[in-house]
Structure formats: C-alpha cells, structure tokens
Design a protein around this ligand. Structure first.
Ligand code: NAG
Ligand code: NAG
Length: 388
C-alpha cells in the first residue's frame, strides 16, 4: 500500500513538474533551465538527457530555500544518531564488516555474520535492513541459491551500477579570507554540451567537468576548532573499468602505476581549481589526498545504482521497493528512491514505513507541526519578556 500511494504521489508530482518546467522554459530566463541541467548532471549522477524531470523538480524544491551544512561537519550526523539508537537499547558497531546475511534451512533470513578480527560473529535479528545497495545485498551477502531466485535476478537486471566518483581532498594553512574562497559550490565545465560530456575519456587531462566545494567555509565551528585551516574537495565522475585492474590489491598494496594514474587526475583537477583560486597553490599543506570512494565494494559508485530515466518508470519503481522476496529482509538507502543524502534519507523513510507497516511520513509531518508550534510559543515568550 505504501508503494502504491507513493507511486500515485510520484505520478501527481510528475504532472505538476512538467507544467512547472514548461513554465520555466517559456517564461523565465534560460539561466534557470541551465541551473536545472547542472543540478541534474550532478545529483542523479547521470547526464541531463537521462535524468528524471520529477527528481529535478524535487531538487529545485529542495534547494529553493537554500541548503544546509551540519555545524561541526558531517561526522556530527552519526555522532548524534548513535546516541538516539543507544537510548532505545540499540547498538552501533564500527569496523565490523558484514560478511553475509544468515539464512536458515527454510530460506528465511535471521541475522547477519560480522567479522571481528579473524573470527565471525553471528548477530541474530527478526528484521534485517540492508543499506549497502541492491547489488551488494543480493550479489555479495545472500547465499547463491537465494540469489538465483527469478524475482531477485529480475530486480538486478532492472538496475545498473552507477558511475564512480573520484574525489581530491586538499588542506590549506590559511583562512578562507586569505584564500579568497567561500561557501559557494562551483561547477566547472570545459564546454557547453553537457549531454556529450557523459562520454568520459580515460585520460585524466580530459576530465570534462568538476565540482568544487570548500566544506570548511560552510562550518562556523571550524574557526574555533581549527583556526587558520581550510579544506577543499573536488569531485568528478570516472568509469570503474579504468581502475579495475587494481581491484584485487588491498589499498596499501596497490602498485605505483595506480598511484601515478590517480595522481594525474588529482594534479589536473587541482591545477584547474588554481586557475580560479590562484592562492590555493601557495598555501596548500596536505596535498592531494585522493580517494576513489568505496572502490571495490561498489565499483566506486557513490550514488549506488545509476538513477537514469529507466529507474523512474512506474513499474520499475514498484518492483524496486524496500521489500525483498524474504519477508525478514528489507532494502534501504539510495537504491530504492533516489541518490544523494536526501535520496538516502527517503530510502530510509520508505524502508521504515514498509518494515513498520505504517507511513512514517505522517509521523514526520505531525512532528514538524509540533516543533513549529513549540518554536512559535518560544518566540512569543521571548517577545513578551522583551516587552516587560
Ligand atoms: C540512459 O541510461 C541507460 C542505462 O545506462 C541507457 O540504456 C539509455 O540508453 C540511456 N538513455 C539515454 C537517453 O542516453
Ligand atoms: C563567493 O564568492 C563569489 C565570487 O568569488 C561570489 O559570486 C559568491 O556570491 C560568494 N558567495 C557567498 C556565499 O558569499
């Protein structure tokens, strides 16, 4: 029922957003359409002609009132969520990789096996929610006989792994003012044909576009925590196949040629950034620490499955849901709705709704109303105090 209602909402949104986008194209400046295209390239991780207009409309809606950055950085999110989980007698394990989903003789999932040093520890649970993506869950964590089930194979065939993202991290011994940077995110393109840029070249010097962000300039607590320091993250998309030959080596044992290849990317992207922010070069301290995110586990695909147009066909959306053929196993995360932080949050809300048999969006809506009322009361109390 949740999925059906969701499908209906999506359809309604689709109709609304078509009208909306047409209106934008006809009556507003081309800049607005351009901005839409730029967002669509980055956010769903696919080229604009393969991105859903519904998701674009949701993105515009999301950014309409500006974006947020957690005070203290992204690590604040797990830090605070952990406390909530523990309050409700939950437990959070780190550095405890799940090796498989445990399945009994009747084929029903009853827990997971995790690695603790050299030994394997069984953790039993009535409900198992996987947040590591459809491909990892079905292909790596389930036993072969369950993987082979036609429902699971069909589901895997509907999706395609997304592109890998390549990130360059740099640290500077200077303040944002000294470097001439600020909290604005930047998109740099080498030409205007964004659809054509989806064909990537494996030569690092031919990277067609990149995204630059200065996380430290967004965090007001940084000036106190690390005075005189700033950082920059550059992101671009790459094909997993270019790096595949090194996939079996552990991170520390990857050969020099791997290092050379990735450093060519890092150097090119960093030099490109310096064209816009020349002071970066003199002040760089920790240089070009480079990362191909989740390289082996998910082919470097930060955005999980590719969120192309086909993923948003109503029948694919209905089949690619949080349920699995096993009623104890659920899928959450970016693969069930859309990608990015907000996409993953909705994946979580949809999954919680499915597992609990209750639409948690309603709870959230009521909670929001309650918080708004509380805030209004507090504001009026402050106002009264001031008057007295
Ligand atoms: C969109 O992506 C899918 C999967 O990669 C591909 O099969 C399809 O041809 C693409 N569509 C366009 C318009 O490029
Ligand atoms: C950041 O600087 C650029 C110019 O370098 C300017 O266009 C932009 O508005 C600034 N952003 C903020 C949030 O101040």
């Amino acid at each position: 029922a949740v999925i059906k209602i969701f499908g209906l909402v999506v359809l309604l949104l689709e109709m609304l957003c078509c009208v909306f986008i047409l209106a934008q194209c006809h009556f507003k400046s081309p800049r607005c359409v351009f901005c839409l295209i730029v967002i669509s390239l980055y956010e769903p991780g696919v080229q604009p002609n393969n991105a859903s207009s519904v998701i674009n409309a949701l993105l515009l809606h999301h950014y309409k009132r500006g974006a947020y950055y957690p005070k203290g950085g992204a690590s604040e999110i797990p830090f605070h969520i952990t406390k909530v989980i523990q309050k409700y007698v939950g437990n959070v394990l780190v550095r405890a990789p799940v090796t498989r989903v445990l399945v009994n003789s009747k084929g029903a999932a009853y827990g997971v096996s995790i690695k603790k040093g050299q030994e394997e520890v069984e953790v039993r649970a009535p409900i198992i929610i996987s947040n590591c993506g459809v491909f990892n869950t079905f292909k790596r964590l389930l036993p072969p006989e369950i993987q082979a089930k036609p429902e699971i194979q069909k589901r895997l065939d509907m999706l395609k792994p997304g592109r890998g993202s390549l990130l360059v991290f740099s640290g500077f011994d200077a303040t944002a003012e000294e470097l001439g940077i600020n909290s604005t995110n930047l998109w740099l393109f080498k030409n205007n044909d964004i659809d054509a840029m989806s064909v990537l070249d494996e030569a690092p010097e031919k990277v067609p576009w990149m995204f630059i962000t200065f996380p430290s300039a967004k965090d007001p607590t940084l000036k106190i925590r690390l005075p005189g320091k700033t950082c920059m993250t550059i992101l671009t998309m790459v094909n997993y196949e270019w790096f595949e030959e090194w996939k079996d080596a552990t991170v520390k044992k990857r050969r020099d040629d791997y290092m050379d290849y990735k450093m060519r990317f890092a150097k090119h992207l960093f030099d490109w950034a310096c064209m816009y922010f020349p002071k970066l070069r003199e002040k760089v301290k920790k240089r070009l620490y480079f990362n191909l995110r989740n390289f082996v586990a998910s082919r470097g695909a930060t955005y999980a499955a590719e969120h192309n147009l086909e993923c948003f066909h109503i029948d694919v959306m209905a089949k690619n849901c949080c349920n699995t053929p096993d009623k104890h196993l659920f899928i959450s995360g970016q693969d069930v709705f859309s990608c990015g932080i907000v996409g993953a949050v909705h994946g979580g809300l949809l999954c919680a709704s499915t597992a609990l048999g209750q639409i948690v969006y309603v709870n959230l809506f009521l909670l929001k109303k309650k918080l708004k009322r509380r805030k209004a009361r507090e504001m009026s109390a402050v106002g009264k105090e001031k008057l007295q």
